[in-house]
Write a protein that binds this ligand. Structure first.
Ligand code: SAH
Length: 261
């Protein structure tokens, strides 16, 4: 057997040590929209990978930034030959390898989970389903409905394209070494529409700006965008960003476009 990988803190390495939880995470994949490839981000020592390999419906690919993990995976999973990518997911262009339709799974390195999601958002047309473990607080935030304190930028941007379900919580002692926080597993299934009924760049800008100052009304927080007078007068701008649904933000973006002409 290959030598165990030493857990490196700066890479967010906390190895899951519970097989039934690993199985449940992998079972979270539902083949939503029939992908034939799966990319696992941060396989570490492959606790999820081995269950992914049991499933013949899809081809498993993995990417890890840690060369020690890569060596371990190469030794332990000969059947993964050619499917193990050594590198930083955030910097990698994976199009050639993965094609146009693949799912993402992983016990994400918690320190970069938001960055992972911003990258996934850019690639959303190719990624119909994601199952992942995150810091519980972040998992809840992403799945949170409007009106909730934890509802934020990534909740809106991701919910615009994905239906997000909170699946279950995992306690720190299920990892080696245990993280300081509890963990949560979520599933994201992409909606029918891969694009919104508005200027999507503007939508992103409005959402980001709106949440810059959560306590302020949108009329105030959106000041830097110099919205047309007609929009500034709208009732909706008395609300705060956290009170708006995805559809409210889409509607607002449409109105901004309409009155900017
Ligand atoms: N899936 C394993 C390991 C989770 S720890 C388990 O559940 O036990 C997170 C993993 O992500 C580590 O293996 C770490 O090396 C890897 N990782 C950290 N930053 C990364 C990055 N930028 N790109 C790819 N992998 C990364």
């Amino acid at each position: 057997m290959a030598r165990q990988v030493r857990a490196k803190k700066h890479l967010g390495q906390h190895f899951l040590n519970d097989e039934s939880i690993a199985m449940d995470i992998v079972k979270g994949l539902t083949s939503h929209r029939n992908y034939d490839k799966v990319l696992e981000i941060g396989p570490g020592m492959g606790v999820l990978t081995k269950y992914l390999l049991d499933n013949k419906q899809y081809e498993t690919n993995v990417i890890d930034i840690d060369t020690e993990s890569i060596t371990y995976l190469n030794k332990t999973f000969p059947q993964l030959e050619g499917k193990i990518i050594s590198g930083d997911f955030l910097k990698m262009n994976l199009e050639e390898r993965l094609g146009e339709n693949y799912a993402i799974i992983g016990n994400f390195p918690y320190n970069i989970s938001s960055q992972i999601f911003f990258k996934v958002l850019d690639d959303r047309a190719k990624v119909p389903e994601i199952v992942c473990m995150l810091q519980k607080e972040v998992a809840e935030r992403l799945a949170s409905p409007p009106g909730n304190k934890s509802y934020g930028i990534l909740s809106v941007l991701l919910q615009a394209y994905y239906k997000i379900e909170y699946l279950f919580t995992v306690e720190p002692e299920k990892f080696n070494p245990p993280p300081k926080v509890r963990s949560g597993v979520i599933r994201l299934k992409r909606n029918d529409v891969a694009s919104l009924d508005c200027d999507e760049k503007l939508f992103r800008r409005v959402v980001k700006q709106g949440f810059q100052n959560r306590r302020k009304t949108l009329r105030n927080s959106l000041k830097p965008l110099n919205l047309p007078e007609e929009v500034q007068e709208m009732e909706l701008l008395n609300k705060r960003a956290e009170q708006l649904s995805v559809n409210d933000f889409v509607g607002l973006s449409q109105d901004i476009t309409k009155w900017s002409k």
